[in-house]
Design a binder for this molecule. Structure first.
Ligand code: SAH
Length: 232
């Protein structure tokens, strides 16, 4: 049976807000249970986690699972981190409204969006061109004008906009890339998973003090590998 166009339109208009409300409720629950419930207390971080629509950053078929506390595949063997880890990594950087942050590993753009809700500018680099382009488009569509996406090898950082108040690396690196430490402001912090490829990594918080890295191990994590562009 074919419904007349005006009725179809009405049905569409009616179902869309209902779905949005379902996701809003799921998001609230996620924050209460998995974010606040597990000890995240920074008000700005909690607000950002309540605001960013994670279901718009995962493949459509997985939208219903977007607010469960686990990572999800986003294609090309990559994953979007579990919400708790996103909130945790954001909180340890002590984000403030005037800050400029560099992210390595744009992926879906979700972590960048969470940061962009709090800080002034987010610069983010993705090595898989398809992901970089898709994330840039998605972030633009959602109105995140303060996120700048670049396709390339994040090992080298993004010198033009350095120094950064904070740096967040969302792929597991074997060691801290020296250019990233160089591009970090004195007194700034970097959060990065460090460890051998395909093993559990240690999430490290690195503070730059008098030009040197002061490292603290936070918790064991499993991130997809930090890859490198082949040298010409
Ligand atoms: N922050 C993302 C999830 C990151 S998954 C999100 O919120 O969705 C890790 C991402 O890091 C992957 O997309 C992977 O392609 C990317 N990556 C790995 N090595 C990289 C490198 N050297 N430079 C830039 N991106 C890199």
């Amino acid at each position: 049976m074919l419904l007349p166009a005006p009725i179809l339109l009405l049905l569409l208009l009616l179902t869309f807000p209902v779905q949005e409300d379902i996701y809003k409720e799921k998001r609230e629950k996620m924050v209460e249970r998995h974010i606040k419930g597990r000890g995240i207390s920074d008000k700005a971080v909690l607000k950002a986690m309540r605001t960013v629509k994670r279901h718009l950053f995962v493949p459509q078929a997985l939208a219903a699972e977007a607010y469960n506390d686990h990572p999800l595949p986003i294609g090309h063997d990559q994953t979007i981190s579990q919400p708790y880890i996103v909130a945790y990594m954001t909180e340890v950087l002590e984000p403030k409204p005037q800050m400029k942050v560099l992210e390595i590993g744009t992926g879906s753009g979700y972590q960048a969006a969470v940061l962009a809700e709090i800080v002034k500018e987010v610069y983010t680099i993705e090595i898989v061109p398809e992901h970089g382009r898709a994330a840039a488009e998605r972030l633009k569509k959602l109105g995140y004008d303060n996120v700048h996406v670049k396709v390339g090898d994040g090992y080298k950082g993004w010198k033009e906009h350095a120094p950064y108040d904070a740096i967040i690396v969302t792929a597991g690196a074997e060691a801290v890339p020296p250019p990233l430490l160089e591009q970090l402001k004195e007194g700034g912090s970097m959060v990065i998973p460090v460890g051998p490829q395909n093993q559990t990594q240690s999430l490290q918080l690195i503070e730059k003090k008098k030009g040197k890295a002061v490292t603290k191990d936070l918790l064991p994590v499993v991130f997809v590998p930090f890859t490198r562009e082949k040298e010409e």
